[in-house]
Write a protein that binds this ligand. Structure first.
Ligand code: ADP
Ligand code: TMP
Length: 235
């Protein structure tokens, strides 16, 4: 596999072309942003850890019947994935109130939700990622009803599989964000990454945060939290 030109550089990753037209190389950076890009920083070795944690979850999902874009890890910070036409949605699943949901509904962080909640946000930096519902998504042709059914089915399966796996590591899956794309046949495929950048992980006993909220809220111990998650998953 040959690494080609940069196709896209985002806030946390760089996508490179490869000699295979249907595959791209994802390079995981240490850069971290929060608050729609207002806060910038570096989390030492985050790229290496997120590459490994994403590999762990994509493999776990595959074992449990959920396909993703993941092909293989090729270096410390690089992963080969299927090239997809990305759908401009952030799909958030929540088990416990935290972050923007706690704020919006006036709930105390940590309040258990009676059923998992699924939310859509429009992936648009210019608009500040506004929340959408199914009608908005269909009205502006971001995705069809059948595609949303498939996305929701996959997202809730991912939730069950990850929650069960993390319970054995004494970690509560509070919430997470997924992204999806279409392959050359139009099939919906899970993409992007699954890491402490886009999930909330709390220690089950102490409720200590083991994710990017430590960076978002200047809590300290950011690198240690990412390392701790990798250790719990892979040791
Ligand atoms: P952002 O674009 O939000 O700054 P990143 O720095 O994580 O995010 O950049 C990664 C980009 O690659 C994202 O825009 C994401 O939607 C996109 N992406 C993720 N998986 C794939 C894939 N399999 N094929 C093509 N693009 C992808
Ligand atoms: P929120 O509570 O801030 O809406 O975040 C919900 C989940 O989505 C949380 O696990 C963090 C993740 N997330 C991202 O991955 N990217 C984002 O841009 C935002 C706002 C949240």
């Amino acid at each position: 596999m040959t690494k080609g030109d940069v196709i896209y550089e985002g806030k946390a990753k760089v996508m490179y072309a490869t000699d295979s037209p249907d595959k791209v190389l994802v390079y995981f950076k240490d850069d971290a942003t929060a608050g729609n890009g207002e806060k910038h920083g570096v989390i030492q070795d985050k790229g290496i850890i997120n590459n490994k944690i994403s590999e762990y979850f994509f493999k776990l999902l595959k074992t449990n019947g959920i396909n993703s874009h993941f092909v293989e890890v090729v270096s410390d910070r690089e992963m080969l994935v299927k090239k997809l036409n990305m759908i401009a949605l952030e799909v958030v699943v929540r088990n416990v109130a935290a972050g923007s949901l706690a704020k919006r509904l006036g709930l105390e962080e940590g309040t258990a939700l009676k059923v998992p909640v699924l939310e859509y946000f429009y992936k648009s930096d210019e608009l500040g990622d506004p929340m959408l519902n199914r009608y908005h998504i269909m009205a502006v042709d971001i995705a069809s009803l059948q595609e949303l059914d498939e996305i929701e089915h996959i997202a809730f399966c991912v939730n069950t599989i990850m929650k069960d796996n993390l319970r054995a590591k004494n970690v509560d899956l509070i919430d997470f964000k997924l992204e999806f794309g279409r392959d050359e046949k139009g099939k919906i495929i899970l993409a992007d990454e699954i890491s402490p950048d886009n999930c909330r992980f709390w220690d089950m006993s102490t409720h200590e945060k083991l994710d990017k909220d430590r960076f978002r809220h200047d809590m300290g111990g950011v690198e240690e939290a990412y390392k701790e998650m990798l250790t719990r998953l892979t040791m």
